[in-house]
Ligand binder design. Structure first.
Ligand code: ADP
Length: 315
């Protein structure tokens, strides 16, 4: 299992990470702890990070990304890990994505512990008092002044990760204001649901395929609708053309009074043609079209019929 714990300083990430380590047999990778160890050991990374950390600033992305890249290679991380305090910026998250992808690994979930800021200050003050009471060394950055700087950094640089992982559908937000045990139980519920859905390919997992089929069907229906529309338009055009041709020829034929009989006679095959054209174009013939026609009508009708055929073919 590969998890990220997201939350401002004092949200309880460290406490919850410990529970997860025990329950899932995975390692907690805390960049804060690693950097503090590097500072203590006086390594080049430690020397670089020391003053930045003491002032509540952020250590450069390439330094922490390098530390994580090396750490997840180690044997104890093979079973999975919980990232605590990393990623802390969007570029760090992008670097992590790349890193995991290159190793063929995937994140299971990002657990955001949401707390209200007023409570954080009180929590950190309590933590300091408890550490002092136990005779432990207090962190250089655990002072109210530095804490407000760390909080400002969280808001500006880390909080955008809530959207980043939300868009990737990896985020689960947990109310960090509840008691430690309640938060632990809420996290357990989220992770149980996750492994359940991973174990059996239920509706949720089948959904994409079903959705795809539905979309395909809809696209087919839409295209059918489109061609029906096209055919309808073509039909209309044919009807209009036939009507127009008939009208035109009727007008032409009318003044030739003496030729009325002849025209009537010769109109018959033209009308027949118009009828066929109309039928081919699925258009009803008009009575007018059957009666009034002459030679030019024959020509025009023939032409229109041809174009009608072409149109309906296309449609
Ligand atoms: P916090 O309680 O503020 O979450 P951490 O123990 O996670 O503290 O980190 C302590 C300090 O270490 C940070 O204030 C920062 O200076 C440095 N640090 C830890 N993780 C990162 C990181 N991913 N990127 C940059 N700096 C970090």
């Amino acid at each position: 299992m590969r998890l990220i714990l997201l939350g401002p300083p004092g949200a309880g990430k460290g406490t919850q990470a410990q529970h997860l380590v025990q329950r899932h047999g995975i390692v907690q990778l805390s960049t804060g702890d690693m950097l503090r160890a590097a500072v203590k050991a006086g390594t080049p990374v430690g020397l670089k990070a020391k003053d930045i950390m003491a002032s509540g600033g952020l250590v450069p992305d390439e330094v922490v990304v390098g530390i994580i890249a090396d750490r997840i290679e180690e044997a104890d991380a093979k079973n999975g890990f919980i990232l605590d305090g990393f990623p802390r910026t969007v570029p760090q998250a992008q670097a992590l994505d790349k890193l995991l992808k290159s190793k063929g690994l995937a994140l299971d979930a990002v657990l955001e512990l949401r707390v209200n800021e007023g409570a954080l200050l009180r929590r950190v003050e309590t933590r300091i008092a408890e550490m002092k009471a136990r005779g432990e060394a207090v962190r250089a950055d655990d002072t109210p002044e530095v804490l407000s700087q760390r909080l400002a950094n969280y808001r500006a640089q880390t909080e955008p990760l809530v959207d980043y992982y939300g868009e990737k559908r990896k985020l689960a937000t947990i109310d960090g204001m509840k008691s430690i045990d309640e938060v632990t139980a809420d996290i357990k519920r989220v992770l149980d649901a996750l492994s359940e859905s991973a174990a059996k390919p239920t509706k949720a997992r089948r959904k994409p395929a079903a959705k795809k089929a539905k979309a395909k069907k809809a696209a087919k229906a839409a295209s059918a609708g489109r061609s029906a529309k096209k055919a309808k338009t073509a039909k209309k055009a044919v009807k209009k053309a036939a009507k127009k041709a008939v009208k035109k020829t009727a007008k032409k034929a009318a003044p030739k009074r003496g030729a009325a009989k002849k025209a009537k006679k010769s109109a018959k095959p033209a009308a027949k043609k118009a009828k066929t054209a109309a039928r081919k174009g699925s258009v009803k013939r008009t009575r007018k079209g059957a009666k009034a026609s002459s030679r030019p009508a024959k020509k025009v009708t023939k032409k229109r019929a041809k174009s009608a055929r072409r149109l309906t073919k296309r449609g």
